[in-house]
Write a protein that binds this ligand. Structure first.
Ligand SMILES: [Zn+2]
Ligand SMILES: [Zn+2]
Length: 158
């Protein structure tokens, strides 16, 4: 399928201000040049977050990112959304049974309150093992992930 110069993705970007600029910067797909897709494409393109502190690379349909109603953004940045009263690590702990109780006990970070981080934070917090009292730093999201959460490196307790 050949696309006309006026209907392809770069043409759409040019007409769509800040969002257009951002998306044309973030489009890093090697398999299909941006001129080979349209803003309505269902093609799952590769994107690279333009936030220099993030630079996360992920795949998303082009039309998911260009739609006018809540366009999809970087999933990593969404995870790093600032903590709020209803979305913070302590609230998460309260909802997560034994693991939550244990993590809220072991969180001993002196720099950030548990209410100032979220369970998805990449922040390296200080933890103190409830079993052997070893202290170590680990990212929040490594300890809270449902897929093999990380534990104390000393006594290897999960
Ligand atoms: Zn990002
Ligand atoms: Zn331990």
């Amino acid at each position: 399928m050949s696309l006309s110069k006026t209907s392809n993705f770069p043409a759409w970007c040019e007409k769509n201000g800040e969002l257009g600029k951002k998306l044309s910067r973030e489009y890093v797909d090697k398999d299909k040049p941006p001129t080979a897709v349209t803003k309505a494409s269902h093609y799952k393109a590769k994107w690279k977050c333009s936030n220099v502190e993030c630079k996360h690379v992920w795949r998303a349909k082009v039309n998911n990112r260009t739609r006018s109603h809540r366009p999809g953004g970087c999933p990593q940045c969404a995870n790093n959304a600032p903590a709020s009263k209803t979305n913070n690590f302590l609230v998460w702990c309260e909802k997560n049974g034994e693991l939550g109780k244990k993590l809220s006990r072991e969180y001993v970070d002196p720099d950030r309150l548990p209410t100032a981080v979220t369970k998805a934070s990449r922040y390296k917090a200080l933890w103190k093992c409830g079993r052997c009292s070893h202290e170590w730093h680990a990212r929040l999201h490594h300890r809270t992930t449902s897929d093999k959460p990380s534990g104390c490196p000393e006594c290897k307790m999960p």
